[in-house]
Design a protein around this ligand. Structure first.
Ligand SMILES: Nc1nc2c(c(=O)[nH]1)N(C=O)[C@@H](CNc1ccc(C(=O)N[C@@H](CCC(=O)O)C(=O)O)cc1)CN2
Ligand SMILES: Nc1ncnc2c1ncn2[C@@H]1O[C@H](COP(=O)(O)OP(=O)(O)OP(=O)(O)O)[C@@H](O)[C@H]1O
Length: 205
């Protein structure tokens, strides 16, 4: 039987079809490939911070078959960034944020046990301090349309970011596709961070 792959799902397939196809493809990624990709992604990160003095950066702790690892957050801290991580709110609302101060400060959160920072909460508006926001994605297209998990947390949160903040979706090489279905509330991202091609500029810019 053919496993659906992102490449052979047509552009007008709905978001749920895309989510299923990419989740299936992700479940086939070997542990060895996951580690190699995580290293490649982390290596591309310092280039993003060029010219920024002690920036605030919003990251996230990858879980399951998502690309990247906590090591990417440590690279950011080592490069001088203050790293904020999301805390999932109790209701549909923007994400809240708290600082990442090392793996010992992480505690399992309410969603799938995704690790969250245990320190002081900075509230939902803290994303407004960030020069760079890393955004989890199942897929992203060349125009910057992003496919999330369908909870809407990031679409609500990115609206609170600075207008000059850089939104970076972290995806595998074949998860950067020509065209995804997009809705009016979908906030576009500016870059894809990929293991094979590093930082890829999306949209007209
Ligand atoms: N690593 C990481 N952290 C993150 C996110 C993320 O996508 N990845 N989030 C991004 O918003 C927020 C948490 N939101 C989440 C929303 C849904 C699921 C989830 O597992 N959904 C199931 C489908 C559930 C259903 O359909 O009922 C899935 O994807 O299998 C996980 C996290 C904040 N932190
Ligand atoms: N800015 C917003 N305000 C209120 N509701 C929103 C907003 N953005 C998205 N939503 C709602 O959230 C739900 C999920 O949206 P969508 O399918 O685009 O999620 P997604 O982009 O895949 O997920 P996420 O943003 O969490 O990564 C939809 O019902 C949508 O109406």
């Amino acid at each position: 039987m053919n496993t659906p792959q992102p490449d052979n799902v047509t552009g007008d397939a709905d978001k749920r079809t895309w989510r299923r196809a990419i989740s299936t493809a992700r479940s086939a990624v070997s542990a060895q490939q996951q580690v190699a990709e995580a290293n490649a992604l982390a290596a591309a990160v310092p280039g993003l911070l060029d010219g920024l003095q002690s920036p605030t950066v919003c990251g996230y702790v990858p879980f399951g078959a998502e690309p990247a690892s906590i090591g990417l957050l440590d690279v950011l801290r080592d490069a001088g960034a203050q790293v904020l991580l999301p805390i999932v709110p109790e209701e549909p609302a923007p994400l809240e944020w708290a600082e990442y101060t090392g793996t010992a400060s992480l505690v399992p959160g309410r969603y799938r046990g995704i690790l969250e920072p245990g320190g002081p909460r900075l509230g939902a508006a803290a994303i407004g301090d960030a020069a760079v926001v890393f955004v989890p994605a199942l897929s992203v297209d060349r125009q910057g349309a992003r496919l999330g998990r369908g909870a809407g947390f990031y679409d609500r949160s990115l609206m609170l970011a600075r207008s000059d903040a850089l939104f970076v979706a972290v995806v595998r090489d074949d998860e950067l596709v020509d065209r995804l279905p997009a809705e009016s509330h979908d906030v576009r991202v500016h870059r894809a961070l990929t293991p094979g091609n590093g930082l890829v500029t999306l949209g007209a810019a």
